[in-house]
Write a new protein. Structure first.
Length: 556
C-alpha cells in the first residue's frame, strides 16, 4: 500500500497546515471532528518564525474605538472626510481644543500613532500623558518635520499615494492616562477657533515602533499571533511548518527591546529604531562606542537557583565582538565575524537567523537571587558599533522562542491541545513525526490516549534524557526509551492490538515490545511540560497495521 493510501486510511491526520485562534485543523476527518482545541494563555507573549523567516508576534491596538472619534472622551469632530486610504473615514478635528481618549494603562513602553493631514492648521501635537509625559509637535508640510519633542523616538512619515497625509508617532516609558491630539497653528503650539486638522486611525501599542494599523471597536483590536493560536513555525528556513510546543517560560528582563531602559556604564550611545530587526520591522537599536574604557549597558534581574539561559539577537556593524557577562553564571565572548565562542564561564553558541543577524546564547548555573547581566562592547574603538534586538533571560538549560517584554517580566504559558473524544479503540496505531528540540528534564506526554476517567491515561511520551516511548498512568513507563537526538527528526509509531504494545522507530521494528496495557484510545492530547518538540505529523489508524506498513510509515 502506498503512503498516500495509508494516510487516506487514517481516522485522524494532522499536519500543521492550518490554524486559527484556539484551533489546530486536522486534514482527516474532513468534517472537523478531529480538529484540536488549543490553548496557551491570556496574553500575547508567544512568538513564532513565520514563512518569510521573520519573527512574528501578537499585536494589539490598546485604544478602543480607534476611528470613532465621536465616541472619545473629549472631541470636536465631524465625520465623512476623504481619508488617506481612499475611504471617507477621516474626521476633521476643529477649534481651540483637543481630541482625547482616557486610558488606564500600567507602566510600559508604548508607541502612539495617528494619521493626520493639515486643515486650517499646518501643525499638530500628539501628547501621551501619564506618570511621565511624551509630547511631539509636527509640521505637516513637505516630508514633515518634528518641531518639538519630549518622547523617546518621535517620527513623521508621509503616506505613500495619499498627498498631504502623514503618520505621526511618539513613545513613552510610563503609565498612560490619556491619548491626545491638538490642531495647532504654529511651531509654538498656538490654537485659535479656526485651528483644524484631519485625523484617522489612531493606535497605541506596546514597543518602540509603529506597526500596521489594527481597527478596534468596543474592545481593543488584535492581529498577528493571537493568545491561543497554535504556532506553525518555519524556523531554520523550513518550507513546510511544524507545530511548536514549548514549556512555560518567563523572560526575566524587563525591557527586551528598549535598551534605553537599561543602565549605561562608560561611553555608549543608543540610536533607537535604526535598522530592520529579525522581526522585519525597523526596531533594532544601534549601539556605538563613543569613548574609551568600559563600554557596556546592564540590567538587574532576579532568578531562582539553577540553570539560566541568556540570548540576544546581534548584527555586526563595524564591531563584531560582544561579551555577555552575568554576575556568577556567565562570562562568554562571542565573535560574529567567524562565529567563534570563548567560554570563560558557562557555555554558549551562535545561531544564524538570516540577513547577517545572529542569536547568541549563553547558559550557566545561578545560585539564585539578584543577577546583573551586562552587554559589553569590549575592545571596541571609538565610533565602532553593532545592532541589538530581543534580549531574553529565562530559567532553564536552553533558549526557547523569543518572549518580548516592555517594562516588566512576561510569561508565556505552556502550549497544549485536545481533540474531541473519538470512538473507543482497542486495536490501533499512533504515529508521531517530530523533532525533539531540547531535553528539558522530566517527562512530557504530547500524544496521549485517554479513557472516560481522564486521570487514567497513556500514550507516547518524551522523558528526561531525550527519549521517546510509551507511558501508562496505570503502570508507568512500559517501554524503554528510544534516544531522540536534540534537533534531529524522528518518526515513532505505537501499535496496540487488544492491549499488546509494539513500537516502530525510524523504519525499524523495536525489540522492546510485547508489553501489555489496559488503556484504550479515544482522544489525542498535546501535553508538553518540561520538554519542547516540533511536530510535523500526527496520525491515528483505527486498526493495527502490518509490520511492512508500519515500517514504511516510519522510514525517514
Amino acid at each position: 500500500m502506498s503512503l498516500v493510501s495509508l494516510y487516506d486510511a487514517a481516522s485522524l491526520w494532522m499536519t500543521p497546515s492550518g490554524a486559527e485562534d484556539g484551533k489546530l485543523f486536522s486534514e482527516l476527518p474532513t468534517d472537523g471532528s478531529g480538529d484540536f482545541t488549543f490553548s496557551r494563555g491570556s496574553n500575547l507573549a508567544a512568538t513564532r518564525v513565520g514563512p518569510t523567516g521573520l519573527i512574528e508576534k501578537g499585536r494589539e491596538n490598546l485604544l478602543t474605538q480607534s476611528n470613532r472619534f465621536d465616541l472619545w472622551n473629549i472631541k470636536n469632530v465631524t465625520s465623512g472626510h476623504a481619508g488617506y486610504d481612499g475611504t471617507n473615514n477621516a474626521w476633521l478635528q476643529s477649534g481651540a481644543s483637543r481630541l482625547q481618549r482616557n486610558l488606564t494603562l500600567s507602566s510600559s513602553v508604548y508607541t502612539g500613532s495617528i494619521y493626520v493631514k493639515a486643515g486650517f492648521s499646518d501643525y499638530v501635537q500628539l501628547y501621551l500623558v501619564g506618570s511621565s509625559n511624551a509630547l511631539a509637535r509636527f509640521e505637516l508640510i513637505g516630508n514633515g518635520t518634528i518641531v518639538a519633542s519630549s518622547g523617546i523616538y518621535p517620527k513623521i512619515e508621509p503616506v505613500s499615494g495619499a498627498t498631504g497625509w502623514y503618520r505621526i508617532s511618539t513613545n513613552i516609558n510610563a503609565s498612560i492616562t490619556t491619548f491626545r491630539i491638538y490642531p495647532q497653528n504654529d511651531s509654538s503650539g498656538t490654537q485659535t477657533a479656526d485651528s483644524s486638522v484631519y485625523v484617522q486611525d489612531a493606535q497605541l501599542e506596546l514597543g518602540l515602533a509603529t506597526t500596521d494599523y489594527i481597527e478596534s471597536g468596543a474592545t481593543t483590536g488584535k492581529a498577528g499571533l493571537l493568545e491561543d493560536e497554535p504556532r506553525l513555525d518555519y524556523s531554520g528556513g523550513a518550507t513546510c511548518p511544524s507545530l511548536l510546543l514549548e514549556p512555560q517560560r518567563s523572560n526575566l528582563i524587563f525591557n527586551s527591546e528598549y535598551f534605553g531602559g537599561w543602565n549605561t556604564i562608560g561611553s555608549v550611545s543608543i540610536d533607537y529604531n535604526d535598522i530592520v530587526s529579525p522581526e522585519g520591522k525597523t526596531n533594532a537599536h544601534k549601539i556605538t562606542a563613543i569613548g574609551g574604557g568600559t563600554q557596556r549597558i546592564y540590567d538587574v534581574v532576579v532568578a531562582s537557583a539553577g540553570s539560566v539561559t541568556w540570548s540576544i539577537y546581534v548584527k555586526a556593524g563595524t564591531h563584531s565582538q560582544l561579551r555577555l557577562l552575568m554576575s556568577g553564571p556567565i562570562d562568554i565572548y562571542f565573535d560574529l565575524s567567524d562565529q567563534s565562542v570563548n567560554e570563560i564561564n558557562g557555555t554558549g553558541y551562535i545561531e544564524d537567523v538570516g540577513n547577517n543577524w545572529y542569536r547568541i546564547v549563553a547558559t550557566g548555573t545561578a545560585a539564585g537571587g539578584t543577577l546583573v547581566p551586562q552587554l559589553r562592547l569590549d575592545y571596541a574603538a571609538v565610533g565602532e558599533y553593532q545592532y541589538w534586538y530581543g534580549s531574553q533571560i529565562e530559567q532553564g538549560s536552553y533558549p526557547t522562542s523569543y518572549i518580548p517584554t516592555y517594562g516588566s517580566s512576561v510569561t508565556r504559558s505552556v502550549d497544549g491541545g485536545n481533540t474531541p473524544t473519538q470512538d473507543e479503540l482497542t486495536s490501533y496505531c499512533l504515529l508521531v513525526d517530530l523533532e525533539n528540540l531540547n531535553d528539558g528534564g522530566g517527562s512530557a506526554r504530547f500524544v496521549d490516549k485517554t479513557i472516560a476517567d481522564i486521570s487514567t491515561h497513556g500514550g507516547i511520551y518524551l522523558k528526561s534524557g531525550a527519549q521517546i516511548g510509551y507511558y501508562s498512568s496505570n503502570s508507568g513507563y512500559l517501554t524503554n526509551g528510544l534516544n531522540v537526538a536534540d534537533g534531529a527528526r524522528h518518526k515513532y509509531l505505537l501499535r496496540v492490538t487488544n492491549g499488546f504494545i509494539e513500537e516502530f522507530f525510524d523504519g525499524i521494528k523495536q525489540n522492546d515490545t510485547g508489553v501489555n496495557s489496559t488503556d484504550k484510545f479515544d482522544a489525542l492530547r498535546l501535553l508538553p511540560s518540561n520538554q519542547n518538540a516540533s511536530i510535523h505529523q500526527l496520525l491515528v489508524f483505527p486498526t493495527a497495521l502490518t509490520d511492512s506498513e508500519c515500517i514504511k510509515l516510519t522510514t525517514l
